[in-house]
Write a protein that binds this ligand. Structure first.
Ligand code: 1PR
Length: 550
């Protein structure tokens, strides 16, 4: 059985890669030091990286990894780079102009053009591989999350061809870029195979076994699954969300509220118990969820670090769920039971090490935005959004927003950005703004969702999880006006949340708004519909979705 060695420079989520390798039945060994003697005996080496290019390549150099990696490559043994690990093989990146790549590929990486599409690019794209690329399948979807890429044009394509590189190309918006490269013993993917469901695990297995299967599909499968390059090339993302808390017996359960009230109306007002977090996460993964989000909904209480229950949930879930995991609730500066101050960055690091790909910040995002405006439209570097996105990248920082609709007479009746709604209230008011709340809707603040999301984007957030207290648990469909309002405010991806009750609601949100992803909770937990039901409905309605069949 092969042992796979993984270079670790503490850049993001290695746990998922280790889990994926072990799930496939191989051994995984992490190499943290360039002096580790196992580096010389390794026969399969992996170079995974997330976040900032400069941070990653500089860490490799300062920790002395560059020389042994070059020696390993020169020995002809297989190496695989993942994400920023692919980028490290290039000359350099516009992201970090003073940092040097390994220069195996004579190209520079550049930022995606955000004037035509959301950046970072987050989602499931296809790629078109040349031959001998470990079974990369043009009908499969792979999970990409990045702002910088090796952009292709006729010149860069001939550079790659002349240097003998096999390339898998992908297209995001109008920009073509490199999804994977292969030459001799080097293989690398811009996407995350360990987060790309069964399709990604297959690539990992083929690389480890050094096998290049030939992929065949029927015309029917091709018609259904090949990319039509709608939605910038990304499939429509369906996210299953688990609101987690301890019930009155002290067990950690998945619960679900109506307008954030998670207690039963009868039966003594117990916390609604809809299942066990790890089991449900696995179930939704197997049904085809493109992401799973865990929210610790009692995080407003004191939450000492060693009690943080979500860490264990994540660790367990990440062993069987190979799509991105987001965790929210309690990502803030905390004081531990022994009085130690633990900065939010450290809390987030623990979650990343436990298997999270993204963290989501709720209440602290509101505080950060309030401070941003107090300082005249800038941050001071201290908010968790800033401290976490700096080393881990914007794509790892989601802000979770809990807004409520507030009706007013007209745009001049409030300082907040308003919209004219198609749904006037009983008093006939046709204008409204969306008020931000903190502590799971318990406290309303003098800040609108428009202002909040713009400030958080400027501070470094990479995605918005857009809940809606009015719609939560209502099964009446998303607040489409709210989604469009926030899409107009920011250029980062927006996840529509709250109100989904039937598959048609997902279709409606994708059809009528620019939502980048749609999240559902109650309808899945109650077993009314599966994630697969939603995807089949979307597919039948002409939307491209990821169908990840074994
Ligand atoms: O403030 O950074 O500690 O984060 C707390 C997190 O917990 C926030 O993301 C906040 O949204 C969440 N939260 C707090 N209280 C509740 C609650 O329900 N009592 N849950 C809560 C928010 C909203 C979604 C829900 C959708 C879809 N729940 O997660 O899943 O509304 O539901 P539906 O499809 O059934 O309508 P911090």
């Amino acid at each position: 059985m092969h042992t796979v060695h993984i270079i670790d420079v503490e850049s993001g989520n290695l746990r998922s890669l280790i889990n994926a390798i072990e799930f496939l039945g191989f051994h995984a060994r992490v190499i943290k030091s360039a002096e580790d003697p196992e580096l010389a005996t390794a026969t399969r080496l992996m170079l995974p990286g997330v976040g900032n290019f400069g941070h990653f390549v500089d860490s490799l150099s300062s920790r002395g990894f560059e020389k042994p990696i070059r020696e390993y490559i020169a020995s002809g043994k297989p190496i695989m780079g993942i994400c920023v690990g692919l980028q490290a093989f290039f000359q350099g990146s516009e992201e970090s102009p003073t940092s040097q790549g390994f220069k195996y590929v004579d190209l520079q990486l550049a930022k995606f053009d955000s004037s035509e599409k959301p950046v970072p690019a987050i989602g499931w794209n296809t790629c078109t591989p040349q031959e001998k690329m470990f079974g990369l399948d043009p009908c499969s979807r792979y999970y990409f999350v990045h702002s910088y890429a090796a952009i292709l044009d006729s010149e860069t394509k001939s550079t790659m061809a002349n240097a003998g590189w096999n390339v898998a190309t992908a297209k995001y918006g109008t920009q073509e870029y490199i999804a994977a490269i292969g030459k001799d013993n080097i293989f690398a993917t811009q996407f995350h195979p360990e987060k790309s469901g069964h399709a990604g695990l297959t690539i990992l297995k083929n690389f480890i076994q050094q096998s290049h299967p030939v992929i065949k599909h029927s015309d029917e499968e091709k018609a259904l699954l090949l990319n039509d390059y709608s939605n910038y090339g990304l499939s429509r993302r369906i996210i299953a969300c688990l609101d987690v808390r301890a019930n009155d017996q002290g067990d950690l359960v998945v619960t679900k509220g109506d307008q954030y009230d998670v207690r039963e109306k009868e039966d003594g007002g117990n916390v609604r118990n809809l299942g066990k977090p790890v089991e449900l996460a696995k179930q939704y993964y197997e049904q085809g969820a493109d992401e799973v989000t865990f929210l610790n909904i009692t995080s407003f209480r004191d939450c000492p670090l060693q009690d943080t229950p979500m860490l264990d949930v994540l660790k367990m879930a990440a062993k069987t769920v190979f799509v991105p995991l987001t965790v929210g609730g309690g990502i803030k500066d905390i004081v531990d039971t022994d009085g130690t101050k633990v900065p939010a960055l450290q809390v987030a690091a623990l979650y990343f090490q436990s298997g999270a790909d993204k963290i989501s910040i709720g209440s602290d995002a509101v505080y950060a935005a309030e401070k941003f405006y107090e300082l005249g439209g800038r941050g001071d570097g201290s908010s968790p959004i800033e401290t976490i996105s700096k080393p881990y990248g914007a794509q790892a920082v989601v802000i979770s927003v809990d807004p409520k609709r507030i009706y007013v007479d007209g745009p001049d009746s409030t300082k907040h950005k308003t919209i004219r709604t198609k749904f006037p209230n009983d008093e006939g008011q046709e204008w409204c703004w969306y008020q931000c709340t903190i502590k799971g809707g318990r406290e309303a603040r003098d800040l609108g969702v428009w202002e909040l999301t713009r400030a958080c984007e400027a501070l470094g957030a990479g995605e918005v999880l857009l809940n809606c207290i009015d719609k939560d648990g209502s099964n009446s469909g998303y607040d489409l006006e709210l989604i469009e309002h926030v899409k107009n405010a920011v250029s980062i991806p927006v996840i529509a949340s709250s109100g989904a009750g039937v598959p048609e609601h997902f279709e409606e949100a994708f059809h009528k708004t620019g939502a980048d992803a749609c999240l559902g909770a109650g309808m899945f937990h109650r077993g009314e519909f599966t994630v697969a039901d939603v995807k089949k409905h979307l597919l039948a309605s002409g939307y491209k979705v990821r169908m990840d069949n074994e």
